[in-house]
Write a protein that binds this ligand. Sequence first.
Ligand code: MN
Length: 479
Amino acid sequence: MARQQPKRALDEYEAKRDFTTTPEPAGAESSTGDGESRFVVQEHHARSLHWDLRLEHDGVLASWAVPKGIPPDPGENHLAVHTEDHPLEYLDFHGEIPDGEYGAGTMTIWDHGTYDLHEWSDKKVTVTLHGERVRGRHALFRTRGKNWMIHRMDPPDDPDRVAPPRDVKPMFATLTDRVPEGDDWSLEMKWDGVRALVLVQGGRAQATSRNGKDITAGYPELRVLGEALGATEVLLDGELVAIDDAGHPSFQRLQRRMHVRDEAAVRRLARQVPVVYMVFDLLWLDGRTVTELTYDDRRRLLERLELAGRSWQTPAVSVGGGGAALATSEELGFEGVVAKRRSSRYEPGRRSPAWRKIKHHLRQELVVGGWLPGKGGREGRLGALLIGYYDGDELRYAGKVGTGFTADELDRLGRLLAPLARDRSPFTGTGVPRDARFVEPELVADVRFTGWTDGGRVRAPAYLGLRDDKEPREVEREG
Ligand code: MN
């Protein structure tokens, strides 16, 4: 009668690897532990970033893959997927696992140390870790199959740690027509794109628009940013920008990305119209809120993160020389400059005089309250949009925009406006054309123009695109 070979703890580990190719240790089970229990946490940039927690136990390393890392806070449990036992030699392993091998990618040692064992069963493991980065009592408990959770039982190791701010809005700049001079001001180019706050925790990036919508799915480029930041936790402020063939930021180009969320379509578009996240500030870093720090101090922290990748950058700034910066921005085809007072704190959700934007052309969002039918070549289609801005509860009529549309955009606008039709004008003020068709004031258009008339109309306006990151009620006259 054939006797079955007893299953060795490292069978699965060995079966998954080709030791002529991978630099990982072949290892051997050691039944003679020296009494000291060691652990390691490896940061593993494999197909998907995760952290591997390994605990020395019974002559091998019991292992879990933790996609979001060891939770720093008892308020948040993280998934920990149980994986095969590893040999003790793996405690020191770091390096490149070659393509084609199991777990291909880069592995670094994120933390290591010893631990005290309190409880060990098939369902629950409780330990106190003594590492350099992770200290304190943790419980691993099995939920289903290979899925476990890891829970921090002690209070956060850092008693001052605070969670990242929730539902926070970015700080906004005030429009002015003179660029401030002097060394109190930091100058940067004005990026023409979509504002986004990006929270990175456990190597995962989550993007929120300025009106609080989760726009992560629309910008897969940010996934790589999250992975590059690894265990660094940060809430970033910046602008998602599409760059045109001449190297200028192009809001028109970005329009093709702004309204798409379907995963396959986004993936295809991301190749055709790549987006770069231009990071210019941070609100929270590794458990500390930094909004009370000065702009200069925040900028130093931001630069220390060395954010420079294919799809993300920290653009340069200059101190003083406002006039020169404005001239440069025009030469390079930017919309204008933003001047930030170096001693100012970050004021979430506020349009602050400490940040000032200076534009070469007037431009702002305006609310669509109606439209005019087309004539001549545009017969049967949209001819112009009727636009306005809020002054208190009143939507003031600000004129009509009849240029700047592509044929596709006219069709799209036609489809969007049809279900919004209403009989009564939403506007106050005079001059609304007699043949106007009115709509519920729900769409926000980005409009460029040369100035305001005394009657409160935009002069020579051109349509740039629709925005879905601003509520109509927030649209006020800026200049
Ligand atoms: Mn791994």
